[in-house]
Structures are given as structure tokens and as C-alpha cells.
Design a binder for this molecule. Structure first.
Ligand code: ADP
Length: 839
């Protein structure tokens, strides 16, 4: 066995741990055992001086999950025949589990896609292919520069990346690559795995097609190398070729709004700045009821459309559901019964077979007629196209209904998944088994009478089989023909010749019944898989229905409106609100209502909106709100506004001045500047740019100068430019309006009242003439003496007196005359807490 173990171990990479099946346990040896015990906290033992650890096989999924999360792959070596005493059992590598190739439910987040990405660079540019084997979503793309491709790859958030060994990329791009790989599991494979013609062949073989032309791909497409690398890796990992893949799609990068990672982060699309989903846009938008719907929502959000036909189709579907709340509610109810068909299919196709999941297909099929009817019957016709993609598969539904039991086990070996009356042979074997069980009950009663032992029991146990159990107190009455089998604490167990014979019979018929049932089950699965293509298409349509219905609910609850999306160059919003902040305020008791604001932008008209106002006035919220509304509109969703018109946007950029962004190991000012230059270099006249306090990361004069020059550049000298919202608290910048015809000054109004300020959150034309920094400082709980002193200094400077001379500085903090009394610290009152922390 040691030799057998070594053979398997030697074939595996060093970053994998080998789980070696030994009876009911997976054993881990040597270095693997040390790694496993460190990460899993399991006990190490020693045998022949070799460290080892054991894991009960039924608990393996949890442990595998923990190892994968720690970036360690797990190879499973299973017993592939029934063990026979005295003979070495045959074993085989059945699976190498890695983060990007998971199929098992226990290793996946049902609401997230799970991509394996292969990426390569050559003189022709970047080439990528990615696959979520759990849903058969397989795509590729090439691009000369990383500018369009990398944002897309970031948005996929791959769980694992494969690169060719020794990949060298130009210096300027290696940092981008580093950012993409950061925090992900990365594997390197020999460069020949990325060979293009070998890749084309492997794709053809795996997807069982003669030519790739059906996918619109030339056999020489440069990303086919990466596609081949993905398939090679998945095949190694499954220890078999993936059986569920049927298509490979090329992603055309210009067809969605380009959202680079920094913009996505700054707009808090998938997570807040602090990394939580709570408070992100996706959390607000997600009213889906099915896992496939949740995954589709994330994909749509990562790539809002630039195709008017797609946008309008989605938006009209939402409108129909908003208008007909009854339909929407009934569809919602039916969707509750829809199971994760894409993932269930992938598992069934790759031989992970669980009766309960087959039941999931049945339950979904049962609910389809109602969904399709409802889609068809909703007036207006906007849902008709979706209804046509829902295929009922009625024959299959009937077949599954007739064959599968109501309650299903998760494990094939438990049996009991098929109905009585389905198959005469199965019924016969089952009745044999149950007749024998009845016989045993009779036998037990008979023995009780014969021996006079009332407490005598016939028991069954997996390891020892059937036994007659007699308590110690009754041992004297045990007849001579009883054969001792096992001694317990309070009892003895026996068998007899008759019982032995019957035992063999029972076990044999049980076994035969299960074998027959398993055979029939696989036949049933094969029947289901014949329809896998239509089931998949249906599942994707249901996922769309799920997302759109969720948006309709959201729109109705939040009083959102249907935006007009066209190819004009305007962005006009009447009474717009920030979708996430509004919701937060609504859920916070005592918080005021969100104040709506209008927006008017046009590339060739009011192109640049410069928004000034004191800190805390609401500038950031406002400019992000505008970007989010444009994005929602291009998703096909309704928007939180009274009315909106969005001329197609091709890219959305959102940058925030240094001190708001968390430091990422760079000088934050450097990051701010390089991100800003990325915008200046890549924005087009169709882009939407949101800049928040750009220039803040340096000294005031530098900052103003940079912000000034950036605004001038974006405005440009031509007749049109990208629609831009520029928030700043440098009110000096408002003078730009004197020279730039398409720049407008806006301000977030504040009201002054007895030397205090009140935020009214209204965006109005004009500029803030003061920054109100001192008032805001006071609102923040600054000690009154400091506020008064600041006011004195400011007024001195405003009168042209400059900074106060050192000699004029009062003793703000005079040294104590007497040594301070040391008091026991007490918890400060809430009103003092701010001050206590300051000191
Ligand atoms: P600034 O960027 O001007 O410093 P923020 O946009 O960060 O200000 O907003 C400050 C606070 O005001 C936030 O906590 C936000 O919740 C609140 N706020 C902003 N805009 C509105 C609005 N339109 N209605 C109600 N509250 C708002």
C-alpha cells in the first residue's frame, strides 16, 4: 500500500494534498499530513516514523472546503473496487479539487459564478479564456492592449488563474497583471499547453464539434491557446474530460460599458469601500429568488449594455411587470420552486449524481407551465420573447413525476429514490427484501416464545449483520443451538444456522434491489441529459425573468421610473435619488428623507458640471448618484427618479481624491494621478466621468492647479467632450466658467443660520462662496476654544494679515501648575466622548 501511495503522490504537484482512501477514512501522510493538520486543526499521529492524519470520509467535503480556501488543492485517491481480505484494493485518482474547477455544491457559492481563467500574452496582445465548469459558461477574448480586456477580467473575479510558465510581459503592463492576480490562486503550466492549434483541436474534441465555425471562431483565433489550457487543466482536475460543455463564445469587448476596477470600487457596485456587500449597489438591486438569477444579475452589472435593442427589451419587460403586479407576484411564487438547473446539469453530466438534485429538475419542470403561461398572458407582449425560451419538456416532466419518489435521498447508496410500480423487477427484489424483514420479525417473536426471554431482540448492525441479543440477566435461558457472536457490556449476541441463512438472503436481495434501482436511476439521468440543451436554455430564460421581476418589484416599492435610453448625447434626470443612500436613510429611524436633485448634462451643451460646496454638503453622493442612474438605465432597470433620459454611455469613470481611497501600498497621491491620467487618455466623447476632489492629495496650490488643468483638458477645445461631473471644495475653480463655455457651476446649497450651517442637500446653479470648514469642524464636536481660535485666524487672514505670529499664539494647553491628580478612569459621558478621544 505504501508503494501504491507513493506512485500516486509522485504524480501530483507539490501544492496539492493527497487524500488516500482507507476504508471509512481518508488518510493523509508525510508533509501533506503536516499541512492538513496545521490548516484543519486535526491531530497528527505517527506510523513507521511517518506523520499521518485521518479524516472520516463523510466529513471530507468540509475539510476540502477549508483547504481550498487556504489556497491548497486536494487530490482524492479512492478505492475503486470492493476490498477483499488479504489483497491490495485497487485505487485511482478520481478528482483534483482546485478553487476554479469546483462542481460540488459544498464547494460553491450558489449566488456567485466560479471562473477558471487562463491568460497569455504575446506580440499580438493579450489572450484570455475562462470557464465556469459548474455552469458550462465558456468564453474567450483577445485584445491588443489590456485597457479593455483587463477591466472585463477583473469583473469576472476568477477563483483561479493559469499562466504559461516563464510568461514575460512588458514592464508597463506587469503591474496591471499583478493587480489582476492579487489575492487569487495562480497556477503555472508549461507554455506548450497554450499552443493555439492544439487548443483548437482540444476545444473541438471536448465540445464534440468538427469545426469551430459554428461558434464564429477561426481555428487560428489567438485565444484558443488559452481555451486549450483551460480545458487541459479542467480535464486533469476532473480526471476525465468535462462532459457538460457545448459552446464557446467570443466576448466582443466593445458591447458593454467599460467599467474599470477603480471605478467599480469607487461606485461601490459589488462591495463598499470597506469590502462589504452590505451597502453596495448589487445588494440593493438583488431581489432575485433563484441562484442562477443572482449570478446573472452579477454578470449584467459587471457589463451594462451599450446595445439599445438589448436595453429596451429588458426595460420594457420590467415595465410590463411593474404595470401588472399580479403577474409579477405569481411569477415570483413559481420561481421559488425553480432549482439551480445549470449547476445540477453540470454535476449530472460529470457523474456527480445525487437523487435529490434530479428531483430539483422535476420540481422545476412542474412549475414551468405556470411561469410560461403568466409570461405569455402579461399584456403588452414585452415578455413574449422570454416565454418562448421557456421549454416545457412535458414528457420529461411526466416521466420524472412517475419515476421519482416524493422524498429523495442525497446519496445514491441509500436507495428508495424510485417509485413502487415503475419496474416489476425492482418491485420483486424489494418485496423479497421486505418479506425477509417480515420473516425476521416473526422469527424474533418465535424465539421469544421458545426461550421464554421476553426481552430477546433481533438486531441489525452494518458491521456484524443480524444477531439475537440477550441481556446478561437472561443468559441462563439461552438454548444450546445459539452460536455466540459478540459480547456487549450488558448483553450477549448470538446467531443460529437458520438466522444465518436468512441473513444472507436478506442482504442479497437488498443488494440486488439497490443495484437494479441504481441502474434504472442512471437510465433516468440519461433521459434527462438528452434534454440538457433545452433545459439549459430554459434555465437561462428563467434567470432573466428572475432578475427582471426583481427589478420590477424594486421599482414599484421604491417609486422608480422607466428611463428613456437613446443615442443622444444628453444625461437629464429630474428628481434623481441615490439608490443605496436613499434606502439606507429609509431604514434608519429619525434620519430625514433623501432630497432629490436634477441633472442636466450634454456632451455638446452643458458638458462639465463643477460642483462646489462645503464638506458634508452631499457632493459625493450627488455625483455618484448620477453615474449610478446612467448605469442602471443601461442595465435595463428602472431608475430612482421622476424622469430620466440617458444618451448611451460607453465608459464610466469614477475617481476619488487621494484621502478617501484606502492606501494600496502606493503613495495615494501617485495612485490618484495615475488613475486620473488613465481617464484623460481613455475617455471618449460618449464617456461619463465622475471626479471627486481630484487634486486633494497634495498641497492646496498644487491641488488647485492640477484640478484646474484636468478640467480644462476634459472640456477641450472642440465643440463636445465627455459628460463630466467634477466635485471640489476648492471654490477657486468656479472661475473656470469664465473661460470654458460648456462648464457650469453648481453648488450644494447650505443655509446659514446664526453662524451655523444647515445642510439642505439641494444642488442649485451657482457657486459656494465659502468653504464653511470651521462650521463643519464645530458640527463635528471640535472644542469651542479651538473653533473660536480658528475663526480668529481666518478672519485675520481674510483681512490680509497672514498667519498669526508665533508670539501671538495663546497658551492653548498651559502646563499644569500642580502635578495632576491621578483619578481612576471613568467612562466618559456620550457627549464628552468625542473630546476624550481627541485628547
Ligand atoms: P460631501 O461629498 O459634500 O462631503 P457627502 O456626499 O459625503 O458630502 O454627503 C454627506 C452626508 O450627507 C452623507 O452622509 C449622506 O448620507 C448625506 N446626504 C448626501 N446627499 C443627500 C441627499 N440628497 N439627501 C439626504 N442626505 C444626503
Amino acid at each position: 500500500m505504501q508503494r501504491q501511495y507513493r506512485e500516486f503522490r509522485d504524480k501530483l504537484p507539490a501544492d496539492a494534498v493527497l487524500f488516500f482512501r482507507l476504508g471509512d477514512f481518508f488518510e493523509v501522510f508525510g508533509k501533506d499530513a503536516e499541512v492538513a493538520s496545521r490548516i484543519l486543526g486535526i491531530t497528527l499521529t505517527k506510523r513507521h516514523d511517518q506523520p499521518m492524519a485521518g479524516i472520516p470520509h463523510h466529513a471530507a467535503p468540509t475539510y476540502v472546503q477549508k483547504l481550498l480556501a487556504a489556497g491548497i488543492k486536494v487530490a482524492i485517491c479512492d478505492q475503486v473496487e470492493q476490498p477483499v481480505a488479504g489483497k491490495l484494493v485497487r485505487r485511482a485518482l478520481t478528482r483534483i479539487l482546485t478553487p476554479g474547477t469546483a462542481l460540488e455544491d459544498s464547494q460553491l457559492d450558489s449566488r456567485k459564478s466560479n471562473y477558471l481563467l487562463a491568460l497569455n500574452w504575446d506580440k499580438a496582445g493579450w489572450h484570455a479564456a475562462w470557464l465556469d465548469v459548474s455552469t458550462a459558461d465558456f468564453r474567450l477574448a483577445s485584445d491588443v492592449t489590456p485597457d479593455r480586456l483587463f477591466p472585463h477580467l477583473h469583473a469576472l473575479s476568477p477563483s483561479e488563474v493559469i499562466l504559461p510558465e516563464g510568461l514575460e510581459v512588458p514592464d508597463a503592463q506587469s503591474e496591471l497583471l499583478g493587480q489582476l492576480l492579487a489575492g487569487r490562486s495562480v497556477s503555472r503550466t508549461p507554455g506548450w499547453n497554450f499552443d493555439i492549434s492544439a487548443g483548437a483541436r482540444l476545444v473541438g474534441q471536448t465540445l464534440a464539434v468538427h469545426s469551430l465555425a459554428g461558434f464564429g471562431l477561426e481555428e487560428t483565433h489567438p485565444a484558443l491557446g488559452a481555451a486549450g489550457a483551460v480545458l487541459g487543466y479542467v480535464t486533469d482536475s476532473l480526471c476525465d474530460r468535462p462532459r457538460n460543455l457545448t459552446r464557446l463564445t467570443e466576448v466582443r469587448l466593445g458591447q458593454s460599458v467599460l467599467l474599470d476596477p477603480a471605478s467599480s470600487r469607487n461606485l461601490e457596485l459589488f462591495a463598499t469601500q470597506s469590502g462589504r456587500r452590505e451597502g453596495s449597489l448589487i445588494e440593493t438591486l438583488d431581489r432575485t429568488l433563484t441562484p442562477a438569477g443572482a449570478r446573472l444579475l452579477a454578470r449584467w452589472l459587471a457589463e451594462p449594455s451599450t446595445d439599445l435593442a438589448v436595453i429596451r427589451q429588458r426595460s420594457d419587460a420590467v415595465a410590463a411587470l411593474v404595470k401588472h403586479p399580479g403577474s409579477s407576484a405569481r411569477i415570483g411564487e413559481s420561481l421559488m420552486a425553480v432549482r439551480d438547473i445549470p449547476r445540477i446539469l453540470s454535476r449530472l453530466q460529470n457523474r456527480l449524481r445525487n437523487p435529490r438534485e434530479l428531483g430539483g429538475i422535476r420540481d422545476t419542470l412542474v412549475t414551468l407551465p405556470a411561469i410560461r403561461e403568466e409570461l405569455r398572458a402579461t399584456p403588452g407582449g414585452a415578455l413574449k420573447e422570454l416565454s418562448e425560451r421557456v421549454h416545457l419538456e412535458s414528457a420529461l416532466a411526466e416521466r420524472l413525476n412517475a419515476a421519482l419518489a416524493d422524498e429523495l435521498p442525497t446519496d445514491l447508496t441509500e436507495g428508495g429514490m424510485l417509485r413502487q410500480g415503475l419496474d416489476p423487477e425492482l418491485d420483486r427484489l424489494r418485496s423479497l427484501a421486505s418479506d425477509s424483514k417480515a420473516w425476521i420479525a416473526d422469527f424474533e417473536r418465535g424465539e421469544q416464545v421458545r426461550t421464554g426471554i421476553k426481552s430477546l431482540k433481533v438486531r441489525y448492525n452494518g458491521a456484524f449483520g443480524y444477531a439475537i441479543e440477550v441481556t446478561k440477566a437472561n443468559l441462563a435461558s439461552v438454548p444450546a443451538d445459539y452460536i455466540r457472536k459478540q459480547t456487549m457490556v450488558n448483553a450477549e449476541r448470538y446467531t443460529t444456522e437458520t438466522l444465518r441463512t436468512k441473513e444472507r438472503e436478506v442482504l442479497r436481495s437488498d443488494e440486488q434491489a439497490l443495484a437494479r434501482e441504481t441502474e434504472l436511476f442512471h437510465e433516468l439521468v440519461a433521459e434527462v441529459l438528452k434534454s440538457s440543451e433545452t433545459l439549459y436554455v430554459t434555465a437561462m430564460a428563467l434567470a432573466e425573468v428572475d432578475v427582471l421581476r426583481g427589478w420590477a418589484e424594486l421599482a414599484r416599492d421604491g417609486d422608480w421610473c422607466q428611463p428613456v435610453v437613446d443615442d443622444s448625447d444628453v444625461l437629464e434626470i429630474s428628481e434623481g435619488r441615490h439608490p443605496v443612500v436613499e434606502r439606507m436613510l429609509r431604514n434608519r429611524p429619525g434620519a430625514g428623507a433623501f432630497v432629490p436633485n436634477d441633472t442636466r448634462l450634454a456632451s455638446s451643451g452643458e458638458q462639465v458640471a463643477l460642483i462646489t460646496g462645503p464638506n458634508m454638503a452631499g457632493k459625493s453622493t450627488y455625483i455618484r448618484q448620477v453615474a449610478l442612474l446612467a448605469l442602471l438605465a443601461q442595465l435595463g432597470s428602472f431608475v430612482p427618479a421622476r424622469a430620466a433620459r440617458v444618451g448611451l454611455v460607453d465608459r464610466i469613470f469614477c475617481r476619488v481624491g487621494a484621502s478617501d481611497e484606502l492606501s494600496r501600498g502606493h503613495s495615494t497621491f501617485m495612485v490618484e494621478m495615475s488613475e486620473t491620467s488613465n481617464i484623460l487618455n481613455n475617455a471618449t466623447v460618449r464617456s461619463l466621468i465622475v471626479l471627486d476632489e481630484i487634486g486633494r492629495g497634495t498641497s492646496t496650490y498644487d491641488g488647485i492647479s492640477i484640478a484646474w488643468a484636468v478640467a480644462e483638458h476634459l472640456h477641450g477645445k472642440l465643440g463636445a467632450g465627455p459628460r463630466t461631473l467634477f466635485a471640489t471644495h476648492y471654490h477657486e475653480l468656479t472661475r473656470l466658467a469664465d473661460t470654458l463655455p460648456r462648464l457650469r457651476n453648481w453648488t450644494v446649497a447650505v443655509r446659514e443660520w446664526q453662524d451655523e450651517i444647515v445642510f439642505v442637500r439641494r444642488v442649485v446653479p451657482g457657486s459656494a462662496d465659502r468653504s464653511y470648514g470651521i462650521q463643519v469642524a464645530r458640527l463635528a464636536g471640535m472644542p469651542p476654544s479651538v473653533v473660536a481660535r480658528a475663526r480668529e485666524i481666518l478672519s485675520g487672514m481674510e483681512k490680509g494679515g497672514g498667519l498669526p505670529a508665533a508670539a501671538n499664539m495663546p497658551d492653548v494647553n498651559p502646563p499644569p501648575a500642580k502635578p495632576m491628580k491621578v483619578e481612576k478612569p471613568t467612562k466618559p459621558k456620550a457627549s464628552e466622548q468625542g473630546q476624550a478621544e481627541l485628547f
